[in-house]
Design a protein around this ligand. Structure first.
Ligand code: GLC
Length: 425
């Protein structure tokens, strides 16, 4: 299909998934507002309607808690097609929300909306959002830096955005599922089961939701009793990058004391990243903060510190080499799991498929370190996947076939903002 037709289809998908102020990832499978989806979708929306892109972030922040946390789902209107819904999370908030967060992309988006603004009063729009973003970023350091080492822990695989990555297998195996009872999974009524997490994973996800609910989602209680506390290089890279973007906004808005506070978080995180570097394998690994052990196996998050500027030049070169090695083993990059790992499954969600949102971050990181050819290869693969597979949630790296949900908002947004040949202009 020609570029112009794909551009038009991407715009049409964003319109069709717009429920008025917020965009669902896709109808059916994900009928609510998701946190990092919205932040990434807004990057696409700015090419359609700038004011609407700002509104996506404003609506997301209606879910923000008093302590600053911005939840991973905002349940604007109840939809029986999704489990676990507002009831299972048991959160007292209007609008109802989940009890956990997601990769904090929003500040990066707001900076980009600010920098590219044409038709909106960017000063007023950024001033409205800035204090809320600052409060969220502060929340991470106040509540989720367990040992003061500078890195932020996640208490549920869903917080990483990479739900069933093998990165979580060992930690999840230790989660008690005795009391979970019957699952009321709805995802496999929308999408083939072989493209979704396993039943056993869902039991553990649900058990972790129950732990949080029993703590009343109190961060201090969770810190004391969560059986899952992982330091993920992907999540931390996205936050570090977002800190840098928030600091730029702070300077632009004259918020100098906030800029100083953010600079402290940046320094702490930069130092913290060293802990995730595996000096023998030359990669970043997730780290289990409860056992103080690095995680065996690799997901695509290993490359994201490039996007945060957290790697040294040497580390970056080693990551680029590793990435080339992965790309040699598949047809399209970047697979979400090491293709040489026996747990690699090219169709099963975060255990193999290619996700355009991650590709974009990896490619930006590579370009920042001067690996332009590799960055162009990833962008080229991303474009081909959409051109041949459509606007799927993710793609099989061995065949290029779309997997998961169809007519997916963030895939459409990444096309418009990045992968489409027209985005180069
Ligand atoms: C899945 C993905 C997550 C995404 C959500 C909505 O849970 O793993 O990253 O935010 O779906 O698209």
């Amino acid at each position: 299909m020609p570029t112009a037709a794909l551009d038009a289809e991407a715009r049409e998908i964003l319109r069709a998934n717009d429920l008025g102020g917020y965009t669902v990832p896709t109808h059916g499978l994900y009928p609510y507002q998701w946190n990092w989806d919205s932040a990434l979708v807004a990057l696409g929306q700015r090419h359609v309607d700038e004011a609407r892109a700002w509104r996506e972030i404003e609506t997301l922040l209606t879910g923000q808690w008093d302590d600053g946390m911005v939840p991973h789902i905002v349940f604007h209107q109840v939809d029986p097609g999704y489990f676990p819904g507002p009831q299972e999370w048991g959160v007292e908030h209007i609008p109802p929300t989940s009890g956990i967060t997601q990769p904090p992309v929003a500040a990066t988006t707001v900076r980009r909306l600010y920098d590219s603004a044409r038709a909106v009063d960017r000063e007023a729009a950024a001033r409205r959002l800035f204090p809320k973003l600052l409060a969220w970023h502060r929340w991470f350091h106040d509540k989720r830096d367990r040992d003061g080492g500078g890195l932020i822990g996640i208490v549920h695989p869903w917080e990483s955005g990479r739900d069933n990555s093998p990165d979580w297998d060992a930690a999840l195996a230790a989660v008690d599922i005795a009391d979970v009872g019957d699952l009321r999974r709805r995802d496999i009524t929308h999408v083939e089961a072989d493209q979704r997490p396993l039943e056993d994973d869902y039991l553990r996800y649900t058990a972790l939701v129950a732990v949080g609910r029993d703590c009343g989602w109190d961060p201090a209680l969770l810190r004391a009793s969560s059986p899952f506390w992982m330091l993920c290089p992907g999540f931390n890279a996205i936050l570090l990058r977002a800190h840098r973007d928030l600091a730029e906004l702070a300077w632009a808005l004259g918020e100098t004391s906030a800029a100083t506070e953010i600079a402290r978080w940046i320094a702490a995180m930069e130092a913290g990243f060293e802990r995730l570097w595996d000096d023998e394998a030359h990669v970043y690994r997730c780290h289990d903060a409860l056992t103080d052990e690095p995680v065996d196996g690799l997901g695509s998050a290993t490359f994201l510190p490039l996007y945060a500027g957290a790697a040294s030049a040497d580390q970056a070169a080693q990551l680029a080499e590793r990435l080339s090695d992965w790309l040699d083993q598949v047809r399209y990059g970047v697979p979400s799991c090491d293709p040489a790992d026996p747990r690699f499954e090219p169709k099963r969600y975060w255990r193999g498929p290619v996700w355009l949102v991650v590709n974009r971050m990896i490619a930006e990181g590579l370009a920042d370190y001067g690996f332009d050819e590799l960055a162009a290869r990833i962008r080229g693969d991303s474009a081909t996947l959409v051109e041949t597979g459509g606007f799927y949630e993710s793609f099989d790296p061995t065949t290029g076939n779309g997997v998961g949900g169809d007519r997916f908002s963030w895939t459409a947004a990444m096309w418009l903002d990045w992968a489409s040949p027209s985005a180069l202009n």
